[in-house]
Design a protein around this ligand. Structure first.
Ligand SMILES: Nc1ncnc2c1ncn2[C@@H]1O[C@H](COP(=O)(O)OP(=O)(O)O)[C@@H](O)[C@H]1O
Ligand SMILES: [Mg+2]
Length: 302
């Protein structure tokens, strides 16, 4: 069963069409990386899933049921924009207020449980206003985790985090899907981070889903290449093109996309009296894949 299944979703804000015929499938247990430029419709999609706004057309199913189903609705945890916290009171008290608002029983136990998951158990007495951005984002996730939701919707939760904040967030999200059996939908434009945790991807553009794939499919679609740094790219490129079919200048280096070995490229360059500065085997990452898809509209294999 899928955690989220969306068919032909449409949303207009007045004259503005934010989503049109959007389809999305998020399998249970996935960490689904939702990617798209600013204004492409990520937050709108997330707000629709959570029932914060109403669609103009289309269908949203959560765990096989209509998303208006009350029982299903109570099993969704949400972090869209920052958590509504009181700055001058402690993290613990903020959590308790939220738990009470949600009508959660055994508040102390539940607050302790979620603070532990987000690695905040040692900082519960801090005033909210004194928490770092990373801590605040994790408190937002703790809010979303109250009441054991099966699905978490997180809108750009890793924006602005430093390396350490990113690492902790990564551990927390993996923990949530592995140990709590929850499903996570996470939007972000920090693709290098997303690539470390996502099991599935959805790429949205102008309110339409243009590609959905698993991490394995992405892996297959991202070719390896030989990267060559030289003093003279023009001359080296001409020379390489005599031997290799697909030689492209990218990021101030030359790349050979033919299937070949770095050592053979080095031998060939020597035979042509060209001394490269650096030759190495590399692989296209999510960021490059995404840029290529946006610029050229196709994958590397097409
Ligand atoms: N409340 C709103 N009123 C009018 N237009 C909106 C509103 N919210 C979003 N939009 C527009 O809808 C489009 C999608 O926005 P959004 O879903 O916020 O994109 P993203 O989260 O991917 O940046 C954008 O063009 C945005 O300007
Ligand atoms: Mg947004």
């Amino acid at each position: 069963m899928n955690a989220i299944e969306i068919k032909n979703l449409g949303k207009n804000y007045g004259e503005k069409q934010a989503l049109s015929n959007l389809n999305m499938t998020v399998p249970m247990g996935a960490i689904y990386g939702f990617i798209g430029e600013n204004g492409s419709g990520k937050s709108t999609t997330e707000k629709l899933i959570c029932g914060l706004i109403r669609p103009n057309s289309g269908e949203i199913k959560l765990f096989g049921k209509d998303y208006n189903d009350q029982e299903i609705r109570s099993q969704i945890g949400v972090l869209i924009e920052s958590p509504g916290c009181f700055p001058n009171i402690s993290v613990w008290d903020n959590m308790k207020i939220q738990a009470a608002n949600l009508g959660i029983k055994n508040e102390n136990e539940e607050v302790r449980r979620v603070l532990k998951i987000v690695r905040m158990e040692g900082s519960a007495s801090n005033k909210f206003k004194n928490c770092s951005l990373g801590m605040k984002q994790r408190i937002g996730i703790a809010f979303a985790l109250l009441g054991h939701p099966k699905l978490l919707i997180l809108d750009e939760p890793i924006n602005g985090l430093d390396a350490d904040g990113m690492r902790i967030m990564r551990e927390v999200l993996i923990d949530i899907t592995k140990n709590l059996n929850s499903t996570v939908l996470i939007s972000s434009h920090i693709l290098s981070e997303l690539e470390k945790i996502a099991t599935h991807y959805g790429i949205i553009r102008n309110g339409k889903m243009i590609k959905e794939m698993t991490a394995e499919e992405l892996e297959k679609e991202c070719p390896t290449y030989i990267a060559i740094k030289t003093k003279n790219n023009i001359e080296t490129k001409q020379s390489l093109e005599k031997r290799y079919k697909k030689v492209i200048e990218e990021n101030e280096e030359l790349r050979i996309y033919d299937s070949c070995l770095a050592k053979d490229v080095v031998s060939y360059l020597y035979s042509q009296n060209i001394l490269p500065i650096e030759v190495q085997t590399a692989k296209i990452n999510l960021e490059e894949y995404y840029t290529h898809l946006m610029d050229k509209g196709g994958s590397y294999n097409e």
